[in-house]
Design a protein around this ligand. Structure first.
Ligand code: SAM
Length: 248
Protein backbone atom coordinates (compact mmCIF):
# COMPACT_ATOMS: atom_id res chain seq x y z
CA UNK A 1 0.00 0.00 0.00
CA UNK A 2 1.17 3.52 -0.80
CA UNK A 3 2.39 5.28 2.34
CA UNK A 4 1.72 9.03 2.09
CA UNK A 5 4.56 11.47 2.86
CA UNK A 6 3.21 14.51 4.66
CA UNK A 7 4.99 17.84 5.10
CA UNK A 8 4.35 19.68 8.38
CA UNK A 9 5.78 23.08 9.23
CA UNK A 10 6.52 22.19 12.88
CA UNK A 11 9.24 20.87 15.16
CA UNK A 12 9.13 17.08 15.15
CA UNK A 13 10.44 14.45 17.57
CA UNK A 14 9.93 10.72 18.07
CA UNK A 15 6.70 9.78 19.89
CA UNK A 16 5.07 13.15 19.33
CA UNK A 17 1.53 13.57 18.02
CA UNK A 18 0.85 16.21 15.41
CA UNK A 19 -2.65 17.49 14.61
CA UNK A 20 -3.03 18.41 10.95
CA UNK A 21 -5.92 20.75 10.20
CA UNK A 22 -7.27 22.80 7.31
CA UNK A 23 -6.87 21.97 3.62
CA UNK A 24 -4.22 19.32 4.24
CA UNK A 25 -6.49 17.51 6.74
CA UNK A 26 -9.32 17.55 4.20
CA UNK A 27 -7.02 16.08 1.56
CA UNK A 28 -5.82 13.32 3.93
CA UNK A 29 -9.38 12.56 5.08
CA UNK A 30 -11.42 12.93 1.90
CA UNK A 31 -9.00 12.21 -0.92
CA UNK A 32 -6.43 9.81 0.55
CA UNK A 33 -9.07 8.44 3.00
CA UNK A 34 -6.54 7.95 5.78
CA UNK A 35 -7.86 6.24 8.89
CA UNK A 36 -6.57 5.22 12.32
CA UNK A 37 -3.64 2.74 12.24
CA UNK A 38 -2.64 3.67 8.66
CA UNK A 39 1.09 4.21 8.11
CA UNK A 40 2.43 7.63 7.08
CA UNK A 41 5.74 9.47 6.78
CA UNK A 42 6.12 12.95 8.28
CA UNK A 43 8.86 15.45 7.44
CA UNK A 44 9.37 19.11 8.19
CA UNK A 45 11.85 20.03 5.48
CA UNK A 46 14.71 20.43 7.95
CA UNK A 47 16.34 17.09 7.08
CA UNK A 48 15.35 13.45 7.50
CA UNK A 49 11.86 12.03 7.92
CA UNK A 50 9.75 10.17 10.48
CA UNK A 51 7.93 6.85 10.16
CA UNK A 52 4.51 7.53 11.68
CA UNK A 53 1.05 6.13 12.30
CA UNK A 54 -2.37 7.76 12.09
CA UNK A 55 -3.93 7.98 15.59
CA UNK A 56 -7.33 9.37 14.70
CA UNK A 57 -9.15 11.17 11.94
CA UNK A 58 -11.87 13.49 13.24
CA UNK A 59 -13.95 16.13 11.49
CA UNK A 60 -11.44 18.81 12.51
CA UNK A 61 -8.01 17.15 12.33
CA UNK A 62 -5.88 14.20 11.35
CA UNK A 63 -3.71 13.18 14.31
CA UNK A 64 -0.47 11.42 13.49
CA UNK A 65 2.15 10.04 15.89
CA UNK A 66 5.81 9.72 14.93
CA UNK A 67 7.43 6.34 15.65
CA UNK A 68 11.04 6.55 14.44
CA UNK A 69 13.39 9.09 12.88
CA UNK A 70 15.30 8.24 9.69
CA UNK A 71 18.15 10.67 8.95
CA UNK A 72 17.77 10.07 5.24
CA UNK A 73 19.10 12.70 2.81
CA UNK A 74 17.73 13.09 -0.71
CA UNK A 75 19.08 16.53 -1.59
CA UNK A 76 21.41 17.45 -4.41
CA UNK A 77 24.99 18.42 -3.54
CA UNK A 78 24.63 21.26 -6.08
CA UNK A 79 23.08 24.50 -4.77
CA UNK A 80 20.80 25.98 -7.42
CA UNK A 81 18.83 29.20 -7.17
CA UNK A 82 16.13 29.64 -9.83
CA UNK A 83 14.99 33.14 -10.73
CA UNK A 84 11.74 32.30 -12.50
CA UNK A 85 9.84 34.89 -14.53
CA UNK A 86 6.21 34.65 -13.41
CA UNK A 87 4.22 32.57 -15.89
CA UNK A 88 0.51 32.03 -16.49
CA UNK A 89 -1.19 30.09 -13.69
CA UNK A 90 -0.82 26.45 -14.86
CA UNK A 91 2.55 27.00 -16.53
CA UNK A 92 3.95 28.46 -13.28
CA UNK A 93 2.65 25.45 -11.33
CA UNK A 94 4.32 23.07 -13.81
CA UNK A 95 7.59 25.01 -13.64
CA UNK A 96 7.62 24.92 -9.80
CA UNK A 97 6.75 21.20 -9.67
CA UNK A 98 9.52 20.22 -12.08
CA UNK A 99 12.10 22.48 -10.42
CA UNK A 100 11.30 20.96 -7.01
CA UNK A 101 11.65 17.42 -8.39
CA UNK A 102 14.97 18.37 -9.97
CA UNK A 103 16.40 19.42 -6.63
CA UNK A 104 16.29 23.23 -6.84
CA UNK A 105 17.46 24.85 -3.58
CA UNK A 106 15.74 28.23 -3.81
CA UNK A 107 13.19 29.85 -6.11
CA UNK A 108 12.80 33.59 -6.57
CA UNK A 109 9.67 34.44 -8.58
CA UNK A 110 10.62 37.47 -10.64
CA UNK A 111 8.48 40.19 -12.12
CA UNK A 112 9.82 40.92 -15.59
CA UNK A 113 8.95 43.56 -18.19
CA UNK A 114 7.04 41.19 -20.50
CA UNK A 115 4.23 40.48 -18.09
CA UNK A 116 0.56 41.33 -18.39
CA UNK A 117 -0.73 40.90 -14.82
CA UNK A 118 -0.48 43.59 -12.15
CA UNK A 119 1.93 43.15 -9.23
CA UNK A 120 -0.92 43.11 -6.66
CA UNK A 121 -2.57 40.19 -8.47
CA UNK A 122 0.73 38.33 -8.66
CA UNK A 123 1.50 38.71 -4.97
CA UNK A 124 -1.77 36.90 -4.18
CA UNK A 125 -0.52 33.81 -6.03
CA UNK A 126 2.43 33.25 -3.65
CA UNK A 127 0.48 30.96 -1.24
CA UNK A 128 -0.56 28.71 -4.14
CA UNK A 129 3.09 28.50 -5.29
CA UNK A 130 4.21 27.54 -1.76
CA UNK A 131 1.51 24.84 -1.63
CA UNK A 132 2.72 23.41 -4.96
CA UNK A 133 6.31 23.24 -3.66
CA UNK A 134 5.12 21.42 -0.51
CA UNK A 135 3.01 18.91 -2.48
CA UNK A 136 5.81 18.28 -4.93
CA UNK A 137 8.31 17.77 -2.10
CA UNK A 138 5.93 15.27 -0.48
CA UNK A 139 5.54 13.37 -3.74
CA UNK A 140 9.18 13.21 -4.83
CA UNK A 141 10.77 12.49 -1.44
CA UNK A 142 12.56 15.77 -0.74
CA UNK A 143 13.88 15.99 2.81
CA UNK A 144 14.48 19.75 2.60
CA UNK A 145 11.98 22.14 1.09
CA UNK A 146 13.18 24.56 -1.58
CA UNK A 147 12.93 28.08 -0.18
CA UNK A 148 10.37 30.25 -1.97
CA UNK A 149 11.37 33.93 -1.86
CA UNK A 150 8.80 36.74 -2.12
CA UNK A 151 7.90 38.03 -5.58
CA UNK A 152 10.84 40.26 -6.55
CA UNK A 153 11.38 42.79 -9.31
CA UNK A 154 13.98 41.74 -11.92
CA UNK A 155 16.54 44.52 -11.12
CA UNK A 156 16.36 43.80 -7.37
CA UNK A 157 16.71 40.05 -7.97
CA UNK A 158 19.80 40.26 -10.19
CA UNK A 159 21.41 42.77 -7.83
CA UNK A 160 20.74 40.38 -4.89
CA UNK A 161 22.35 37.52 -6.81
CA UNK A 162 25.32 39.71 -7.75
CA UNK A 163 26.03 40.36 -4.05
CA UNK A 164 25.48 36.73 -3.02
CA UNK A 165 28.05 33.99 -3.15
CA UNK A 166 27.54 32.22 -6.53
CA UNK A 167 30.19 30.55 -8.70
CA UNK A 168 28.08 30.77 -11.85
CA UNK A 169 25.17 32.99 -12.90
CA UNK A 170 23.29 32.03 -16.08
CA UNK A 171 20.52 33.86 -17.91
CA UNK A 172 18.62 31.42 -20.14
CA UNK A 173 18.23 33.37 -23.35
CA UNK A 174 17.52 32.41 -26.93
CA UNK A 175 19.66 35.27 -28.22
CA UNK A 176 22.83 33.77 -26.70
CA UNK A 177 25.28 31.73 -28.77
CA UNK A 178 25.24 28.03 -27.97
CA UNK A 179 28.43 27.44 -26.04
CA UNK A 180 29.52 24.89 -23.50
CA UNK A 181 32.83 26.28 -22.26
CA UNK A 182 33.42 24.40 -19.02
CA UNK A 183 34.24 26.59 -16.02
CA UNK A 184 37.81 26.23 -14.71
CA UNK A 185 36.54 24.62 -11.50
CA UNK A 186 33.14 22.88 -11.21
CA UNK A 187 30.66 25.33 -9.69
CA UNK A 188 28.90 24.43 -6.44
CA UNK A 189 26.44 27.32 -6.29
CA UNK A 190 24.64 28.32 -9.48
CA UNK A 191 21.95 30.94 -10.12
CA UNK A 192 19.81 30.60 -13.24
CA UNK A 193 17.28 33.09 -14.57
CA UNK A 194 14.43 31.95 -16.84
CA UNK A 195 12.25 34.38 -18.72
CA UNK A 196 8.45 34.53 -18.95
CA UNK A 197 6.44 33.40 -22.00
CA UNK A 198 7.49 36.57 -23.86
CA UNK A 199 11.19 36.21 -22.94
CA UNK A 200 13.49 38.80 -21.35
CA UNK A 201 13.56 42.34 -22.73
CA UNK A 202 16.82 43.67 -24.24
CA UNK A 203 17.19 45.98 -21.22
CA UNK A 204 16.90 43.00 -18.85
CA UNK A 205 19.53 41.03 -20.78
CA UNK A 206 21.88 44.04 -20.66
CA UNK A 207 21.29 44.53 -16.92
CA UNK A 208 21.80 40.83 -16.15
CA UNK A 209 25.07 40.76 -18.09
CA UNK A 210 26.24 43.89 -16.24
CA UNK A 211 25.59 42.12 -12.91
CA UNK A 212 27.62 39.02 -13.73
CA UNK A 213 25.10 36.77 -15.54
CA UNK A 214 26.19 34.94 -18.67
CA UNK A 215 23.50 34.59 -21.37
CA UNK A 216 23.16 30.88 -22.01
CA UNK A 217 21.35 28.99 -24.73
CA UNK A 218 20.51 25.30 -24.45
CA UNK A 219 20.14 23.47 -27.78
CA UNK A 220 18.68 24.62 -31.07
CA UNK A 221 14.99 24.69 -30.19
CA UNK A 222 12.73 27.15 -28.37
CA UNK A 223 11.52 25.58 -25.12
CA UNK A 224 8.25 26.61 -23.52
CA UNK A 225 8.81 28.83 -20.52
CA UNK A 226 7.67 25.99 -18.21
CA UNK A 227 10.01 23.46 -19.87
CA UNK A 228 13.10 25.67 -19.76
CA UNK A 229 13.74 25.55 -15.97
CA UNK A 230 13.41 21.75 -15.93
CA UNK A 231 15.72 21.37 -18.94
CA UNK A 232 18.33 23.72 -17.51
CA UNK A 233 18.23 22.18 -14.02
CA UNK A 234 18.55 18.64 -15.44
CA UNK A 235 21.42 19.84 -17.62
CA UNK A 236 23.24 21.42 -14.64
CA UNK A 237 22.60 18.40 -12.36
CA UNK A 238 24.15 16.25 -15.11
CA UNK A 239 27.18 18.49 -15.61
CA UNK A 240 27.89 19.45 -12.00
CA UNK A 241 25.40 17.86 -9.59
CA UNK A 242 23.69 14.66 -8.54
CA UNK A 243 23.29 13.23 -12.07
CA UNK A 244 26.99 13.73 -12.84
CA UNK A 245 29.24 10.72 -13.28
CA UNK A 246 32.20 12.69 -11.92
CA UNK A 247 32.86 12.17 -8.22
CA UNK A 248 32.10 15.28 -6.21
N1 SAM B 1 10.05 34.76 -27.91
C1 SAM B 1 10.70 34.58 -26.65
C2 SAM B 1 12.18 34.96 -26.75
O1 SAM B 1 12.67 35.07 -27.86
O2 SAM B 1 12.87 35.11 -25.73
C3 SAM B 1 10.54 33.13 -26.23
C4 SAM B 1 10.66 32.96 -24.77
S1 SAM B 1 10.74 31.30 -24.18
C5 SAM B 1 9.18 30.68 -24.56
C6 SAM B 1 10.68 31.56 -22.46
C7 SAM B 1 12.01 31.50 -21.75
O3 SAM B 1 12.48 30.17 -21.74
C8 SAM B 1 13.12 32.32 -22.34
O4 SAM B 1 13.10 33.66 -21.90
C9 SAM B 1 14.36 31.60 -21.84
O5 SAM B 1 14.68 32.02 -20.53
C10 SAM B 1 13.90 30.15 -21.80
N2 SAM B 1 14.30 29.35 -22.97
C11 SAM B 1 13.48 28.76 -23.89
N3 SAM B 1 14.18 28.03 -24.75
C12 SAM B 1 15.49 28.15 -24.40
C13 SAM B 1 16.71 27.64 -24.92
N4 SAM B 1 16.75 26.84 -25.98
N5 SAM B 1 17.86 27.98 -24.29
C14 SAM B 1 17.85 28.79 -23.21
N6 SAM B 1 16.72 29.31 -22.68
C15 SAM B 1 15.56 29.00 -23.25
Amino acid sequence: MHVPRIYVDADLAVNATVAIEGAKHHHLRNVLRLKAADAAVLFNGRGGEYAAVVQAVTKKATQITTLAYHPIHRESPLHTCLLQGVLKRDAMINALQRATELGVSKIIPIQTQHLSEKRAQLARRWDAWQAVIEQSSEQCGRTQLPELAPLTGFPEAVSMIQKADFDLRLLAHLGAPESRTPPATPPQRIAIAIGPEGGFSDAEVTLAEATGFRAYRLGARILRAETAPAALLAHLQTRFGEFSEAKR
